[in-house]
Design a binder for this molecule. Structure first.
Ligand code: MEV
Length: 324
């Protein structure tokens, strides 16, 4: 086989980011915005990674050097070591998922890298293994990830996730709704935001334990509301969740202004999504209201995307197809 290609989706967290790191459940959805990785064998003794956004980097087979493409190398190296060989590889990353913005771009690239490299090397890896490899690559970027990003990118759909306990699929007809995503234009590091929240938690354990508990209750209530198709309630719970994220210090004036503009334009609910400090807000909207909400955000945001929840997780593709 000359080359193999895989696509994996980005994600949004609807309920529970940060609190999921502390053991509370979260709800995340795969979106129709994706990353594609092509793996090819090469005669060099190492792994070359090429990316539209970050250019090119070459890693020797036991390389410790860091940089934005290092996690891609880590995912491929894990697969190579399972295959028991020391083959040279060329990896090409193409991604439509905004980076450092809370949409799971690094996890999707790691998931697609593991799947494409395994196919190239004719290794049959389970989805569980692919997700696990992507998790290890994520630890290089984020330090202490909960595992929600690699899980939702691997399996797709709408999931209820608890660190260490795995995930459950949420059964819900999502056809009446759309997600409007607005970019604050502020890039930030997930690892730094996670560390900031954990420091606050250590400083005020007796106060924050209630906030974490409330976040867990939100996730359970939102799961029930999704299963009942009660999107009004899901929206309200997302609004409350934004308040809790504000309380732990990961919102800011820009994110708050986007959240309020989305609600005023008719969103069912809106909150920051992902690590906060910048990145995206997500607004839950009826399908027929989505364009109006998106228009209201266009003047405030760097970029506005309207997307649906995707059932699809990682998959192999035969030829280079246009990315969603
Ligand atoms: C990042 O997408 C979500 C966080 O909860 C971190 C994590 O779950 O690893 C902030």
């Amino acid at each position: 086989m000359n080359n193999a290609r895989a696509i994996a989706p980005g994600k949004v967290i609807l309920i529970g980011e940060h609190f999921v790191v502390g053991g509370q459940p979260a709800i995340a959805a795969a979106v129709e915005i994706e990353a594609q990785v092509t793996a090819e064998l090469s005669s060099s003794k190492g792994i070359k990674v090429n990316s539209r956004e970050y250019g090119e980097a070459f890693f020797a087979l036991e390389d410790g050097k860091n940089g934005p493409l290092y996690p891609v190398y880590i995912a491929a190296r894990e697969v190579l070591s399972i295959a028991g060989g020391s083959r040279g590889l060329n990896l090409t990353v193409e991604s439509n998922i905004p980076r450092a913005a809370g949409m799971g771009s690094s996890a999707a690239v790691a998931v697609a890298t593991a799947a494409a490299t395994a196919k190239l090397l004719e290794l049959e890896l389970s989805l569980e293994k692919i997700s696990e490899i992507a998790y290890r690559s994520e630890t290089v970027v984020h330090g202490k990830p909960s595992g929600v990003d690699n899980t939702v990118s691997t399996y797709g759909g709408l999931i209820f996730y608890k660190k260490g306990a795995g995930f459950q699929r949420i059964s819900c007809d999502v056809s009446p709704i759309r997600l409007v995503l607005a970019d604050s234009g502020i890039e930030r590091s997930t690892g730094a935001m996670v560390a900031k929240v954990l420091t606050l938690k250590e400083s005020y354990p007796h106060i924050l334990e209630h906030v974490y508990h409330a976040a867990g209750e939100l996730a359970h209530s939102a799961k029930n509301a999704l299963e009942e198709g009660d999107f009004f309630k899901v929206g309200q719970l997302m609004n409350i969740n934004h308040g809790l994220l504000h309380a732990v210090g990961v919102s800011n004036a820009k994110l708050d202004s986007l959240v309020h503009a989305a609600r005023e334009a008719g969103a069912l609910g809106a909150k920051l999504t992902g690590a906060g400090g910048g990145g995206f807000v997500v607004a839950l909207c009826w399908k027929e209201d989505a364009e109006r909400v998106a228009d209201a955000l266009k003047n405030l945001a760097k970029q506005v995307l309207v997307t649906g929840i995707s059932r699809q997780g990682v998959r192999l593709v035969e030829s280079s197809s246009p990315l969603r």
